[in-house]
Design a binder for this molecule. Structure first.
Ligand SMILES: Cc1cc2nc3c(=O)[nH]c(=O)nc-3n(C[C@H](O)[C@H](O)[C@H](O)COP(=O)(O)OP(=O)(O)OC[C@H]3O[C@@H](n4cnc5c(N)ncnc54)[C@H](O)[C@@H]3O)c2cc1C
Length: 463
């Protein structure tokens, strides 16, 4: 009998899992994919918003793709119940689907804001294809829309960057003391704030929203507790996300903040797997299972779950927390335990040059890092990659720790001397190098446009 593999979701966990199953099963198993949205990459939504790519390029699968991989894709359908003891799921049309293995890859959703006015037209979150479309519709015909962004977190700022590229007039409201509170410390966030100030983007920190009201002519008025009023054509509520756990309640699948998974992505039911934004699993530099709601973790989880569903024994070493973000031309990144106040810190900062670097040490191992710098700072960009490699391979740096305290900009020497590149080349999740997916929506090749921000890297070749 063919193994029945059922996957709920259509994001990176789901697509990577089904491709990995097919890689190992010679087409033998029956795969059913159920997703209430078309399969797509949320990461690509800002590129569509800013007009860099057409909407189709956010999609990560189409009918031909499902046909080639022999997937029974039920797009537009929602799973409304999971019965782990009977090994079946129930769909919104009342149909049931049985499984031998189940992967729950249903992601997360915006938490929203509990104040009056969030239900007004023109007030919305920005997380899905539908949200992106409604923002484009709401701003259509307005030359330079005014947008109030409530919440200065990672996702909100990714979208802020897209709106900045469009020349929109932007105001940011953040409840905490500084922007990007779950990505940067207060000093590095200060650089981001002055960078935004210099670009005419108003930032209100320590600012809570009291209400959102209708003003004259369809304008929205965001009222802050401190009495400030902000007029906007559109208000984006980006106050964080939470895993979509409603479906799991009462099923017997163990959860904490997310669904608890082991290093094979299994839940407490060995034939039920979970991954991505909904999963709380193994991470580097922390013994406690944690949710890392980022694309690289989702991709890894999908591959590990898919391999194990196909009968392999693949174990995940744990994901590295990483946030890499372009804020209107200023590059920011943080890794691992970047806010560990017990760790030994080495910090260098040049606020005038918008440079900030912080390395956090546990013994002679880098367990956290923060980098801020400008896009044309080639050193910064390569150093970020090398720090990520050092952390991913968990390489102890021995005497190079002292060297870095005296030469904080020279990461290349410890990186090369500690053979980090060699270790990275030998590290694979599935025992082979990663492969390109080769997926093109409707067979259309992407049109490549190089952003002017990258011109500097090619300038010598051009002249
Ligand atoms: C605008 C935006 C930009 C981002 N940019 C970055 C970035 O630059 N870097 C980065 O690392 N991360 C980024 N992320 C985060 C990243 O996209 C997520 O971590 C990733 O999508 C998680 O993948 P997933 O497969 O777990 O869930 P998702 O991609 O959310 O997919 C889950 C799917 O399951 C569907 N679903 C949910 N419940 C059900 C149900 N009951 N029945 C059927 N289907 C269901 C959902 O509708 C959804 O389509 C971004 C996110 C957003 C919103």
């Amino acid at each position: 009998m063919r193994t029945q593999q059922v996957i709920i979701g259509g994001g990176p966990v789901a697509t990577n899992a089904l491709e990995t199953i097919r890689e190992f099963d010679d087409g033998e198993s029956q795969i059913v994919l159920i997703c209430d949205e078309p399969a797509h990459s949320r990461m690509a939504l800002p590129y569509w918003l800013s007009g860099r790519v057409p909407r189709e390029h956010t999609h990560t699968a189409d009918d031909a793709y499902y046909h080639n991989l022999n997937i029974d894709a039920r797009i537009g359908q929602k799973v409304t119940g999971i019965n782990p003891n009977a090994n079946k799921v129930t769909l919104d049309d009342g149909d049931t689907v049985e499984f031998d293995n189940l992967l729950i890859a249903t992601g997360a959703a915006p938490v929203g804001l509990k104040v009056t006015g969030t239900d007004l037209p023109g007030v919305q979150p920005l997380w899905t294809i539908a949200h992106t479309q409604s923002l484009l519709d709401a701003t259509n015909g307005i030359a330079t829309p005014r947008v109030a962004l409530i919440g200065a977190g990672f996702i909100g700022f990714i979208m802020l960057n897209a709106m900045y590229k469009l020349g929109w007039r932007l105001t940011v409201i953040e409840r905490e003391t500084h922007v990007l509170p779950r990505m940067l410390d207060i000093d590095s966030a200060g650089l981001v704030q002055s960078w935004l100030d210099a670009r005419g983007i108003q930032v209100h920190t320590n600012a809570s929203v009291q209400a959102i009201n209708n003003g004259d002519g369809g304008v929205k008025v965001v009222e802050l507790m401190n009495g400030v009023r902000i007029d906007a054509d559109v208000v984006i509520v980006a106050t964080g996300i939470k895993p979509n756990l409603d479906l799991i309640q009462g099923s017997g699948i163990e959860m904490d903040e997310g669904i608890l998974v082991n290093n094979r992505m299994q839940t407490n039911f060995p034939n039920i797997y979970a991954g991505g934004d909904i999963a709380q699993g193994p991470v580097l530099f922390n013994d406690q299972p944690t949710i890392h709601p980022i694309q690289p973790t989702a991709v890894d989880h999908g591959r590990v779950a898919g391999a194990n569903m196909a009968g392999q024994e693949v174990r995940y070493p744990g994901s590295l927390l990483m946030n890499i973000l372009d804020v209107c031309g200023l590059q920011n990144s943080s890794f691992g335990n970047w806010e560990d106040s017990d760790a030994e810190a080495m910090t260098i900062s040049n606020p005038d040059g918008f440079i900030y670097r912080k390395l956090l040490w546990t013994g002679d191992e880098i367990s956290g890092a923060i980098f801020v710098g400008q896009a044309n700072d080639m050193g910064m960009l390569t150093d970020v990659g090398m720090i990520k490699g050092i952390m991913q391979t968990r390489t102890p740096l021995g005497p190079w720790k002292n060297f870095l305290s005296e030469n904080p900009f020279d990461i290349r020497r410890p990186y090369v001397a500690s053979k980090v590149a060699e270790k990275l080349v030998g590290t694979t999740l599935l025992g082979r190098p990663a492969k390109s997916r080769q997926f093109r929506f409707s067979g259309v090749e992407p049109t490549t446009t190089v952003s002017p921000a990258h011109d500097v890297f090619f300038s010598t070749k051009k002249s």
